[in-house]
Ligand binder design. Structure first.
Ligand code: ATP
Length: 291
């Protein structure tokens, strides 16, 4: 099998006046702990697109999000909303990986969401406080959290907390949302509900969404594009182009089979594990069957 170039863009697109680019990476590479995780990455995310970032444990998906946020440096040219990483400020909403709240945490959901608006500002005038309260109520309604937003967040279920976290990330009307595994540890109905919510935010609010995911199936029907990371490089394109036996076999340089079940779910068989696993969270995914 011919080696695949580090970067393999299936459907390269050029920005046009009507489809501005929200994220662009040119020849991007990142090193952490003395190791290059990926390099030569070329990526365009159009404004208003819903994009999933996939790949095995430890391949560097969260690292990509941190590069976009500007908290980890990368080489190459990286632009986020037309700025250098870290410069876009409130224009980005971020949902970090592995959030959990202690059951004893007394802060109410509504106040937690409000921290997304004014957590870093003191002495806000009354007029702006009213505007903030209206926006907090609006996003809580948008994510369907009104019924429990006045309860302590520590007493909300994982799915309820996830909605409140999304509300907090949305409260300042970001143009771009970076969501790191928002479906993690949710049951299947909640995964479907969260996928529907994020899809709706993307379409109705016009927010560009980049979501790190381990299972593409709950979001498959809503995605515009997929970025699949492998050791060294990445492949980007429409879901049916990227999650295909030939594409993934070339990316990983080993035979990989993509199966579609009778209910339309995708199963990837034979994907190698990344060299450095750092979590036992996904232990059940070891052994070659993934997604
Ligand atoms: N600050 C750091 N110093 C050293 N190594 C790091 C650092 N941050 C991340 N790594 C390593 O970089 C690799 C990529 O981590 P990252 O969290 O981006 O992977 P991931 O693809 O999101 O994984 P998962 O699917 O398990 O969440 C891992 O091997 C991790 O241990």
């Amino acid at each position: 099998m011919n080696p695949l170039p580090a970067v393999h863009q299936l459907t390269p697109r050029l920005p046009t006046a009507t489809t501005p680019v929200a994220i662009s990476l040119r020849g991007a590479a990142v090193r952490v702990g003395g190791r290059t995780l990926w390099s030569g990455v070329e990526l365009d995310v159009g404004a208003g697109e819903f994009v999933a970032v996939l790949g095995p444990n430890g391949v560097g998906k969260s690292t990509l999000v941190k590069v976009l946020l500007g908290v980890l440096p990368a080489s190459g040219d990286v632009r986020v909303l037309g700025e250098r990483p870290g410069q876009a400020g409130d224009r980005i909403g971020y949902l970090p990986q592995r959030r959990s709240f202690d059951a004893s945490l007394r802060i109410r959901g509504v106040d937690f969401v409000g921290l997304g608006w004014d957590g870093d500002r003191w002495g806000i005038p009354l007029r702006r406080r009213k505007a903030a309260a209206a926006r907090v109520a609006e996003v809580i309604d948008l994510v369907g959290a009104s019924a429990y937003a006045h309860r302590p967040i520590g007493q909300c279920s994982g799915g309820e907390q996830q909605r409140l976290l999304i509300a907090q990330a949305l409260v300042r009307r970001p143009e771009l949302m970076l969501l790191d595994e928002p479906l993690d540890s949710l049951d299947l109905p909640n995964q479907a509900a969260m996928a529907a919510l994020v899809g709706r935010i993307c379409r109705e609010e016009g927010v560009t969404v980049v979501m790190v995911a381990h299972d593409i199936n709950p979001i498959l029907s809503r995605l515009d594009r997929v970025v699949y990371l492998a050791e060294g490089g990445a492949v980007e394109g429409r879901p049916e182009q990227v999650i295909a036996s030939e594409t993934l076999s070339r990316l990983y340089r080993t035979p990989i089979e993509v199966l579609r079940t009778s209910d339309g779910r995708l199963v990837v068989v034979g994907q190698p594990e990344a060299p450095a696993l750092h979590s036992d969270r996904h232990a059940s995914q070891a052994g070659g069957v993934w997604l």
